[in-house]
Design a protein around this ligand. Sequence first.
Ligand code: SF4
Ligand code: SF4
Ligand code: SF4
Length: 195
Amino acid sequence: MSDERSRREVLGTAARGAALVGLAGLTGVLAVKANKTYAWSIDITKCVNSKLGALGVDVCEACATDCVLTLSAVRAVNEFSECGRCYICPAYYDITSAVGPDGLPSEKLCPRDAIEREAIGWIDPDDPANNFYEYTIDEKLCNGCGRCVMECKEPAGLGSIRLEVRHNVCLDCNRCSIATACPEEAYERDALSTV
Ligand code: SF4
Ligand code: SF4
Ligand code: SF4
């Protein structure tokens, strides 16, 4: 992507965001860097949604609600190599919902239906719990609300889902409003070459 093109795209995204979010958005827009040197990232060891031992606490949705962009620059990512490919994934299903006739929870967890579930290989109908599934996050739908991250933790999950700042979308605001809102000080601003 050329500098000129990336500048146009960033400003185009910025203009749309500013129209929708008003002054807060404009503050972020004015902070757009044509040539980024630094970038915001999330320390997942600090984020309450992924932090080990943070069970039975309220999910933090500030990554979804506090970005200056209409659709936050934060997305959930499922690290396939760490995923258990569970038959009943607690990040995909709302495991507190009623069980349907197929033996599965009747409701999904994601409020934006951003998680896709696809069977891996041949499915044995006689032994459903011994079948495996791939869970993929649709980046066009996900807003980084973190609910799936909170649920995919031991003992129910393996912690394979985390939140990430998308650097091709993020405006790299000098004062990231999510960083300001983050209750865990999990936002870091690093030299781009190191993130
Ligand atoms: S972070 Fe929120 S919107 Fe994104 S996949 Fe998870 S539950 Fe859905
Ligand atoms: S710096 Fe923060 S508030 Fe600004 S666009 Fe990026 S994630 Fe959103
Ligand atoms: S604001 Fe901080 S604690 Fe909340 S979801 Fe984002 S990184 Fe995690």
